[in-house]
Design a protein around this ligand. Structure first.
Ligand code: EPU
Length: 301
């Protein structure tokens, strides 16, 4: 989608940067996604006004974080994407509190806090993505989850059109799910982390990295686990038991390392990936009577 010259001029006045015709395949870890205009939000305080501008001009939009959990439609996209600058995200520590911009890299945040003797997030070290994405989905791995550490979140709430601060106790963090509205935009978070010597944190991080390297296709283009685990079961184990590792639709393939990761082994299209996802879901439904729910987020046109 292309924004008009009039909207482009207003965005410039508001301090936002417009990048035209951006291929989202370059912004997603799967390497899949069509083309659209991207608006880089350089000043948080202008977000409410930019959102009003987009609403007034009937411009559909989506908010792009780290792009690590997304399956995006092919071709020309019918929406623009909004993006927070992530080159020099704010991070600081005061006592046991860490104040971090949502655009910060999650792994970088774990390391930053570790160097200041704050632990508790060791398992999150290899989870790809931004802090904002981790908050929205309550990212978790190897016994760590971000939710329990959240004390405050500053966010843009589409429901009120304002920037607000929520207390951690007012947010529900469940397994890969939170009470944030789909159109809430994470801006900053205050985390409270337990004190732990750097050396101990690093030892924990090493264990998690080794487990991850041994079981997940970390060097291939993927979007992390495709499906949530059903209560008391493992999506990866079921898909593996069905002999589906290596199963392909075009260049979209069920990883031969971990069956709940689907990888782009060449030039997979969104259509290929969705066909693979739906086909595997169907096979699991038939064999196990379980309907797998997507963990990845699909942006259809
Ligand atoms: N398994 C297989 N074959 C496979 C994959 C797994 O038999 O191809 C078996 C394993 O041997 C194990 C069981 O299934 O007995 C569980 O596997 P694993 O320990 O790899 O954990 P998972 O349930 O597949 C979950 C999270 C991961 C997280 C790991 C480690 C979900 C959907 N997945 O995976 O998170 O990294 O635990 O904590 O919750 C993600 O959410 O994107 C993600 C990668």
């Amino acid at each position: 989608m292309r924004v008009s010259d009039k909207v482009a001029a207003r965005l410039k006045e508001l301090g936002a940067e417009l990048r035209q015709g951006v291929p989202l395949a370059e912004h997603t870890s799967l390497g899949i996604g069509g083309t659209t205009d991207e608006i880089l939000l350089r000043r948080y305080e202008t977000i409410p006004e930019i959102m009003r501008l987009l609403a007034d001009e009937n411009i559909p939009h989506r908010f792009l974080g780290g792009g690590k959990r997304l399956v995006v439609s092919d071709g020309g996209l019918a929406f623009v994407v909004l993006h927070l600058p992530c080159s020099a995200p704010g991070m600081r520590v005061e006592g046991n509190a860490a104040y971090v911009d949502a655009a910060a890299d999650l792994g970088g945040t774990v390391t930053f806090c570790a160097k200041r003797d704050l632990g508790g997030m060791e398992g999150l070290i290899g989870v790809p993505g931004s802090v904002g994405g981790a908050l929205r989905m309550n990212a978790g791995a190897y016994g760590s989850q971000i939710g329990p550490h959240v004390r405050e979140v500053e966010l843009y709430r589409a429901a009120t059109g304002e920037i607000e601060t929520l207390r951690g106790s007012d947010i529900r963090f469940d397994y890969r799910h939170t009470s944030f509205a789909p159109d809430d935009v994470m801006l900053r978070v205050k985390l409270e982390l337990p004190s732990k010597p750097f050396k101990e944190i690093v030892a924990g991080i090493k264990v998690c990295n080794e487990k991850r390297r041994g079981s997940q296709p970390i060097n291939q283009k993927s979007a992390g686990c495709i499906f949530k685990n059903p209560a008391g079961s493992s999506a990866g184990r079921m898909i593996d038991e069905l002999g589906l590792k290596g199963h392909r639709v075009g260049d979209a393939m069920v990883s031969d390392r971990h069956a709940n990761f689907f990888v782009n082994v060449g030039n997979a299209s969104c259509a290929d990936m969705l066909k693979l996802i739906d086909g595997v879901r169907e096979r699991v439904r038939t064999a196990y009577g379980i309907e797998l729910e997507n963990e990845v987020i699909v942006w259809r046109n």
